[in-house]
Design a binder for this molecule. Structure first.
Ligand SMILES: Cc1cc2nc3c(=O)[nH]c(=O)nc-3n(C[C@H](O)[C@H](O)[C@H](O)COP(=O)(O)O)c2cc1C
Length: 190
């Protein structure tokens, strides 16, 4: 018979994000963040390629990134409201970890599998932060897909991109539960 871990299962069955805009200080210091990164890096990775890395964004870096978003939005000719929305997570954020997908050349592991692994790292980091009692939220937005922002803001190389920006902080208000998928509708048993 399997040995259950009821606490872990209950956590996974009930976990939910906390909207980034509701997070406030205190945020985890380096010492508290390290075990969360360690948990996140313990993620399935076909071929042991480690196709990901982390960039920790503190408050000062947030301010700089908000300005990069502004510059990039203007260069792209985006409407003011899109620019404001794109920079809002950096205007409001206190701590975040950008999970960077790092594509590794491999004759065996397709790029898509490396992308999946990077996405799994995002969820693992989100869950580790929630399990540690922090509020956390996985965000992207147009700057996360803009090559100029990636290079100017985070100094990413051409084989790297942003998988997710995980905001971590202290939750202020608990959001209402959102509807969850109907398991019978999305599951086929063969
Ligand atoms: C790849 C990805 C990118 C996301 N980007 C955003 C975003 O930019 N803005 C936003 O409001 N929500 C975004 N979300 C949704 C939030 O993370 C949302 O809090 C989450 O879906 C709630 O799920 P949960 O309650 O199961 O934790 C994104 C989700 C994913 C998976």
């Amino acid at each position: 018979m399997p040995t259950p871990d009821p606490a872990a299962l209950a956590f996974l069955q009930n976990r939910r994000s906390r909207p980034a805009k509701t997070l406030c200080p205190p945020v985890p210091e380096a010492e508290a963040l390290r075990p969360l990164l360690t948990a996140a890096a313990r993620t399935p990775d076909h071929g042991k390629l480690e196709p990901w890395r982390f960039v920790v964004i503190n408050r000062a870096a947030m301010e700089r990134l908000a300005n990069v978003v502004e510059t990039r939005g203007a260069a792209l000719g985006l409407p003011a409201e899109d620019i404001a929305k794109g920079r809002s997570q950096f205007d409001q954020g206190h701590l975040a970890v950008a999970v960077i997908e790092v594509q590794k050349p491999s004759p065996k592991i397709p790029p898509l599998e490396q992308t999946y692994s990077a996405g799994a790292v995002c969820l693992a980091l989100l869950n580790a932060a929630l399990a540690a009692g922090w509020g956390a939220n996985w965000l992207t937005g147009w700057p996360s897909h803009d090559r100029g922002f990636m290079e100017e803001g985070l100094s990413l190389a051409s084989h790297e991109r942003i998988a997710g920006i995980i905001h971590i902080g202290t939750e202020t208000t608990a959001p209402p539960e959102r509807p969850r998928p109907d398991i019978d509708r999305i599951t086929t048993w063969l």
